[in-house]
Design a protein around this ligand. Sequence first.
Ligand code: AMP
Length: 285
Amino acid sequence: MDICRTSAELARRMASAKRIAFVPTMGNLHEGHLSLMRIAREHGDAVVASIFVNRLQFGPNEDFDRYPRTFERDCDGLRSAGVDALYAPDEQEMYPVPQLYRVHPPPVGDELEGTFRPGFFDGVCTVVLKLFNLVQPQVAVFGKKDRQQLKIVRGMIQQFNLPIVMVAAETIRADDGLALSSRNGYLTPAERTEAPRLYRVLRQIADAIASGRADYANLESQGRAELHRHGWAVDYIAVRTGIGLRIPHPEGFDHPNVLIVLGAAKLGGTRLIDNVDVTPKVNED
Ligand code: AMP
């Protein structure tokens, strides 16, 4: 695997590639990330991963400085997953001058994650658009773990006519259901034991909807209450439509198969997010 610090090096390395499949990450890689690399392998003749901790998507009181950076171990994982090239720019390469132009997504970007992390999706879309231009992939693989991000980036690809096919990858979980995340490493042993409750609560709501319940607001507040009882600070538990992340019709006119349940909550100092499909589907959207 070649490690490229500049887009010029990467372009030289990729000169003969016909179909580049690209997986952007912020590093501290786990099996979830590596599953995306393996999916990318199926979609391109060359696989490029990137590692860049993007300052633009962190709020002033968030964990940019303490975000785990484990470059050598990440490289070992990427090599074992068959990645051809790693693009690992520094801040000077990515933001040689202050980034004054930003991508501002539609109002869905101000809901859910956007409510609690103002400007987050502007930061994500801006760096993803830059990465797409620097890497020039034909395919990009994103995880359903970050469902709202996946949908907003998909919308950006469509509305800016970017010549990129987006592939959505299922969430990889630990045996107890906890979605793998770089931030799981912040959890104390006691918090790690408690952490899978977020997934269980989302799954319970999804199963209740699948078996006919349409009182979404009740289900959401029961889910919030259960997490509160166990010491969580809940940002949101929300039933939304899979397409557009709209609030579903309160009388249950939306077919359960098109609904997803999303949640974000803090356990101690660690903020976790997760989501589940009401009925597991093979394809995104
Ligand atoms: P990050 O490094 O957290 O920005 O994540 C990079 C990519 O990995 C994003 O597309 C995430 O959605 C995806 N990802 C993160 N965690 C998981 C997981 N547990 N399973 C599958 N994909 C994941």
